[in-house]
Design a protein. Structure first.
Length: 365
């Protein structure tokens, strides 16, 4: 076990006090503590490539090595700027990567994490990124040596942290921006869908809650495809499916996923057909990985959706307008965007998708 506070002290001692990254369940203690200590020097990025790029800009301005944190699943998003900008044979920009290591060999995890977990070290070696694995307080000395090397050689270094290694900090309750109960809304949605509607839902709590609600209330009128990975790509998968499908297709996205590859929603608005519907569950936070803000509460989605090409916009804020606006959204014959201002998840021990091949076959039949 390693106290998150000790990790931050080590980084600060070596001149690194600027943090940017994408929230991760393994690293939430570190990211929340860092943000609470110094909000000015902590940027929550929309995706890992952006985080690396923010770090590059910070180094160019301050000559200090920034800390870029992410889950290993997001390492793929980070590859472009890591290779084409920060690499020693390009601009030689030093970075400290703190990576939450899902699917590490000693831990049983979900299929998508097991795949990435097995190749994470190979990816780092392929990029010539020196790394260490942090499992106890003793490993911090090895990490400090790497940081000194990064300073001297202007190189990228990394540490891998497995599940349960960072010790929990006392955390504040997640801030609730909206009051509409998520289970109440999803139950209403599933009960209102036409027969054979196809639902493609984003990774994290959204997909897991669909599984829970379908089982609890025995709702079987539509079929789901769960984005167990590929955060930010939900709308693209839904678009690709809907273009050649006779079934109504509903994309259920979260605000964090929406932000991750924001350009995708413009592609949807340009090419989607009349059987595509976009539904944004907005609780203004990364709910499943610590509750850090996404800051989308500052976006006017009505203006945004209309400006990129959606024909209709609907919003649901509470129980009073749930039934009426959901009916309008589902019955709309034009390309429609629905924002649901939702509370954080209240369901404990949510089930996870299993037997993914069976889920795929059922969705396609």
């Amino acid at each position: 076990m390693i106290r998150a506070e000790n990790l931050l002290k080590l980084l600060k001692k070596n001149g690194s006090d600027f943090y940017t990254g994408v929230p991760d369940s393994i690293l939430k203690e570190m990211s929340i503590l860092s943000q609470n200590k110094n909000k000015k020097n902590h940027i929550i990025a929309s995706n890992e490539g952006s985080a690396v790029s923010i770090g590059i800009g910070q180094f160019l301005s301050t000559k200090k090595i920034p800390v870029v944190y992410m889950q290993n699943s997001g390492l793929s998003n980070a590859l472009n700027p890591l290779i084409s900008l920060a690499h020693r044979k390009v601009y030689s920009i030093p970075l400290i990567l703190v990576i939450g290591w899902r699917g590490s060999p000693k831990i049983i995890d979900e299929p998508q994490h097991n795949v990435k977990g097995k190749i994470t070290k190979q990816i780092l070696r392929l990029l010539n990124i020196k790394y260490t694995i942090l499992r106890s307080h003793k490993d911090l000395k090895k990490f400090e040596k790497l940081i000194r090397m990064a300073k001297k050689n202007k190189s990228i270094i990394a540490c891998l942290i497995e599940q349960g290694i960072l010790k929990n900090q006392k955390q504040k309750e997640k801030k609730e921006y909206y009051k509409l109960n998520k289970e109440t809304f999803l139950k209403s949605l599933l009960e209102s869908c036409k027969k054979n509607t196809r639902i493609i839902s984003s990774t994290g709590y959204n997909s897991r809650e669909l599984i829970y609600i379908r089982k609890k209330y025995q709702i079987k009128n539509s079929k789901d495809f769960y984005m167990v990975g590929g955060m930010g790509h939900t709308s693209s998968v839904a678009l690709g499916y809907s273009l050649s499908s006779k079934y109504e297709t509903i994309c259920i996205d979260g605000d964090g996923s929406f932000l991750m590859h924001l350009g995708s929603i413009k592609t949807v608005a340009t090419f989607a057909n009349k059987n595509f519907k976009y539904l944004l569950l907005n609780n203004n936070c990364h709910d499943s990985v610590g509750g850090q803000d996404t800051y989308v509460n500052k976006i006017c989605f009505k203006n945004f959706s209309k400006s990129i090409g959606f024909d209709k916009f609907f919003t649901i804020r509470n129980k009073k307008n749930l039934k009426n606006n959901l009916k309008k959204f589902l019955s709309s014959k034009k390309l429609s965007f629905l924002e649901v201002k939702i509370s954080n998840s209240k369901i404990k021990n949510l089930p996870r998708p299993n037997n993914l091949i069976k889920i795929k076959k059922n969705f396609m039949n």
